[in-house]
Unconditional design. Structure first.
Length: 453
């Protein structure tokens, strides 16, 4: 299991708060629940569709001049939250045009995030705003969170399509939403991205953020490029630290820099955010990010008319390759229901992620053909009956276990699964009362005794 490290910088209106990290520094995130484990996915992609850096195994599909990119990860991104923004691949601003970036998971493809890049259009007159969006190629930075931090996937009507445990969402009015995270997020860096338009047509809508009057809440405003509010689906990731994060005065516009160890290997996502509790979100503006040397990065802010924007709050999240020892999930309890002929297994704990590891269809294997046999998961997820000497879910078909695992539900704290159709097809291939078993998930191991309740 990889443990990508996520670093957080908060750039906000007001003076540097005494006792916080030094101005311009960036603190490594040590997320509290539910953000345990740190297995975020990321990609930095050039305008031409080349992967500059990112999670190992990531690939890109792109047709030149389309403005459309499909980012393929080896791990499932089902129920994960993507955020993205204009960002450059090298150590300098390679500006071509202001871009609005939208993103969402691809229905029916569990490993792909669709990213659309839109030029909002020319400014029609001095002081005006663009009204003619068009898809165009440009580079971007992408961060995908799968239950390692607090996150929400929100439909246009304000209902939740997904998110970490305990999130609430309400629709306050056209284009205005209020999210509740159940804990104080004032020392956190929220970043938000609007979903792609239906049919992946040009869409320059943007999400702007503000801390709510309650410290556990976040306001999200979605606006057209000409500042008119609009109801649109969006994703938000709230990255937190256990220690105070750096606070910097209002954006200088051109490049708000921060020290980031290993910055040249990271992706950087950012959002405009009003850090005054209860203050309104901004109604326009754009961000772009890049690293300026191997250990420094930052964010630029522009207003809706494409001019450099000063004095507004902005935050920055750095998602970087794994360093040190990877954290593993914690399995605290395993429960069996039903009976040995058709058991259901539930295990609880934390750090499981928002979706299963990469699975491989186990319909055809060395034992025969078994429709409805679930998946094998390599060495990432398996069950072994140590008493009767059989296992399920391990390896890669057709050479893996003959019995697959069928996931019924999956969250960061609770997983429910059953066994595939090959279960019980050979003598003693059953989990009998009193059998000793071992459950494996991404480096975590739990050994116990089968007891049906």
């Amino acid at each position: 299991m990889r443990a990508d490290r996520t670093l957080v910088l908060a750039l906000s209106m007001g003076a540097l708060v005494a006792g916080f990290c030094a101005q311009g520094s960036i603190a490594q995130a040590e997320p509290t629940q539910p953000g345990v484990g740190g297995q975020d996915l990321f990609a930095v992609v050039s305008a031409g569709g080349q992967l500059a850096r990112g999670t190992p195994g990531t690939t890109i599909t792109h047709t030149a001049d389309s403005g459309l990119y499909d980012v393929h990860f080896t791990r499932s991104v089902v129920s994960c939250a993507p955020v993205a923004n204009l960002g450059y691949t090298g150590d300098h601003e390679a500006f071509t045009f202001v871009a609005a970036i939208t993103a969402n998971a691809v229905p029916g493809d569990p490993h792909t995030i669709a990213v659309d890049v839109t030029y909002p259009g020319d400014i029609p007159y001095p002081g005006g705003y663009p009204h003619a969006p068009v898809l165009e190629d440009n580079s971007f930075h992408l961060h995908v969170d799968c239950h390692r931090e607090r996150y929400a996937i929100v439909r246009a009507d304000g209902t939740l399509a997904g998110g970490s445990d305990g999130i609430t969402s309400s629709h306050l009015g056209t284009g205005l939403y209020l999210l509740g995270f159940g804990t104080n997020i004032r020392a956190c860096a929220p970043v938000g991205t609007v979903e792609n338009a239906p049919g992946r047509t040009a869409n320059a809508d943007q999400a702007h953020l503000a801390f709510g009057s309650d410290p556990s809440t976040l306001q999200v405003a979605v606006n057209h490029s000409w500042t008119k509010p609009v109801d649109r689906a969006f994703s938000v990731i709230v990255t937190c630290t256990e220690s105070p994060i750096a606070l910097i005065p209002s954006s200088n516009g051109f490049f708000n820099a921060a020290a980031v160890p290993g910055a040249s290997a990271c992706a950087f996502t950012a959002s405009w955010i009003n850090t005054t509790p209860g203050g309104p979100p901004q109604d326009q503006g754009y961000v772009s990010t890049w690293y300026s040397d191997p250990n420094r990065a930052g964010v630029q802010t522009k207003n809706g008319g494409y001019g450099i924007a000063l004095g507004f709050g902005v935050d920055l999240v750095a998602t970087c390759p794994a360093t040190g020892t990877a954290k593993v999930p914690v399995i605290r309890a395993v429960t069996f229901t039903g009976d040995s002929a058709s058991p259901t297994v539930t295990f609880t704990g934390h750090g499981f992620g928002g979706s299963p590891p990469l699975g491989y269809d186990n319909t055809v294997n060395s034992c025969g053909i078994y429709p409805g046999n679930g998946d094998d998961y390599g060495d990432q997820f398996s069950f072994t009956d140590d008493t009767n000497a059989w296992a399920a879910g391990q390896g890669i078909p057709p050479a893996g276990n003959c019995i697959g695992l069928v996931v019924q539900s999956w969250s960061g704290h609770r997983v429910v699964f059953m066994f595939g159709s090959a279960y019980g097809s050979f003598d003693h291939w059953t989990a009998d009362q009193g059998d000793s078993f071992t459950l494996i998930l991404e480096g975590a191991s739990f050994t116990g005794t089968v007891n049906y309740v």
